[in-house]
Design a protein around this ligand. Sequence first.
Ligand code: GLU
Length: 291
Amino acid sequence: MTLLTFRFAPSPNGELHLGHAYSALLNQQLAANVGARLLLRIEDIDTTRCTPEFETGIYRDLEWLGLRWEEPVRRQSEHFDEYRAALDRLIAEELVYPAFMSRGDIRAFISERERRGRDWPRDPDGVPIYPAIDKTLSLKEREARMAEGTPFAWRLDVAAALSRLDHDLSWTEFGDTTLSAANRVEARPQDWGDIILARRDIPTSYHLSVVMDDALQGVTHIVRGMDLFHATSVQRLLQNVLGLPQPGYFHHKLILGPDGRKLSKSLKDTGLAALRTGGTSPEEIRQMIGL
Ligand code: GLU
């Protein structure tokens, strides 16, 4: 029998807020309900935005809330070699290509198209899809640019990856917190275009490291915010091309701020540290988020 495993995976690029408290405590509750393990993972690949102070804050806030997790905690910044090995496989299988357009190039390309009266397609987050023109570069030209030291990111060739599937791509989405009933949701990775798998400055990306780690850590249940629902499409495709097992998903409701908007890490009044130092108890936090 597989051991059921849940995880909470924050990024130390800001302070935790009520939305994180909900996600962490919901994971704890659901894991406890089924006698599963609960892991904490620190998603700190972006070494420019993540800081040791924010990481310390995460441990302090979660402990205060009453969360307990297994040690040692996996910190993604210590595993770049593993992500690089997965990327190398995708390079060898020609499922990724070097993308040389800078953000400025992309903006200029798209506004030129839009000036000519054509709306450029956007991904589910509203970001313009990458104009995949580097895909048509000859091997010689690619190699020349790389040898010249032109900066590039590795992007997934979504069409190539999809063409290798021998079945439909979907995932199991649990219907509610009882995790008893589930639906199959069709994955639509093409809606994201050719996403970045390794950034110019970082040898991996959120999507690549998250699917690698969920597999390496034996995660069976991914309970996270609704804001990552559509990202699951990309992650299912990656799991498929990398031959990784597929976990079940539950994308929970988001805790909204008083203005009805999603909480952000800059909203100090809903930050857990500010609430704690202002005298709010963990019990009151649970009441505030309805757990
Ligand atoms: N590290 C991501 C975040 O803080 C969450 C990743 C996930 O749960 O898949 O938004």
